[in-house]
Design a protein around this ligand. Sequence first.
Ligand SMILES: [Zn+2]
Length: 60
Amino acid sequence: MSAAQDRMRNAFGQLLGRTTQHSDACPDCDADLRMVEQYEGVFVMTVLHDATCPAYGGAS
Ligand SMILES: [Zn+2]
């Protein structure tokens, strides 16, 4: 792993696996944010919508 990847892991590692209350995540509900490491060194911020949110499963 490169030094840059190491720094990124340290920066995002604090958020990994935690759910963060974030009222701006979705305009339609009180969504939470969760940081996950999808692949090694690849971090993705996922929006967790409320079950009542129109964006939650609305497209399927
Ligand atoms: Zn939503």
